[in-house]
Design a protein around this ligand. Structure first.
Ligand code: SAM
Length: 219
């Protein structure tokens, strides 16, 4: 099964063991992980009937139903105890945070959390870091006009993250990949365009200039 660039990046971060894909939808990621022998067992979790039905169909059509188990449940509320890796991808950052915070006890046996959120990524770094996990890997991919940030957390002693680490990612800002530079250079261009517009409130001008300065500092 061919994965998108974004899903491939998540796939590449998954360790061997038992993975739960929360918000599995089409099931492509978890099915590929099992079919290629990366994981020995997978759980595909969906909280909506429509995507769940689609998921069951995909699992059955790949003949992996003995090892990729579909679950109709909310987030990690019924996370099986043999899960060591949780993937939550393709959702808003606050939804991801809520899913993780709602049932902290369910993460007891979990040693890896991989997230790919549409937004609120800095908040996600801050919150997951407070749950006993540290950032072990980060990747940025550009696909269909969108930049995605994929973060791998592993269980560990808290490491201090300063404000630029939270905003730009400790690993991403250190590596400064071509994609990372392209994203922030294009944001600077966007800010310059906004600043040229007439009638922007002073407060907004100040905010945009501060953002530009923060980007310049890390680029
Ligand atoms: C946009 S899809 C992303 C699918 C896939 N994870 C990906 O990254 O391509 C988001 C999926 O998450 C599911 N979802 C949202 N909130 C959820 C929750 N609390 N528990 C389980 N699934 C959830 C939605 O039903 C939807 O199918």
């Amino acid at each position: 099964m061919k994965l998108s660039k974004r899903l491939q990046s998540i796939y590449d971060m998954v360790p061997s063991g038992v993975t739960a894909d929360v918000g599995s939808d089409h099931g492509k990621l978890i099915i590929s992980l099992f079919e290629n022998g990366v994981i020995t067992k997978g759980y595909a979790i969906e909280n909506k009937q429509g995507p769940y039905n689609r998921l069951v169909k995909a699992i059955n059509s790949h003949g992996v139903q003995n090892n990729v188990i579909p679950m109709l449940s909310d987030g990690i509320s019924e996370l099986p105890t043999d899960v060591d890796t949780v993937v939550i991808a393709g959702m808003g950052g606050f939804n991801v945070i809520e899913i993780l915070k709602k049932h902290p006890g369910k993460l007891k046996n979990v040693s890896t959390i991989i997230v790919d959120a549409h937004n609120a990524v800095p908040e996600l770094r801050r919150q997951v870091s407070k749950m006993g996990f540290v950032i072990a890997d980060e990747d940025m991919v550009f696909e269909a006009g969108i930049y995605y940030e994929i973060i791998k957390f592993i269980r560990g002693e808290a490491i201090y993250l300063d404000d630029p680490d939270i905003e730009f990612g400790p690993i991403l800002r250190n590596e400064k990949s071509v994609t990372f530079k392209a994203k922030y250079n294009s944001r600077i261009e966007e800010i310059d365009k906004l600043l040229k517009k007439e009638n922007i409130p002073n407060e907004k001008i100040k905010k945009l200039n501060m953002e530009k300065e923060r980007i310049r500092t890390i680029l």
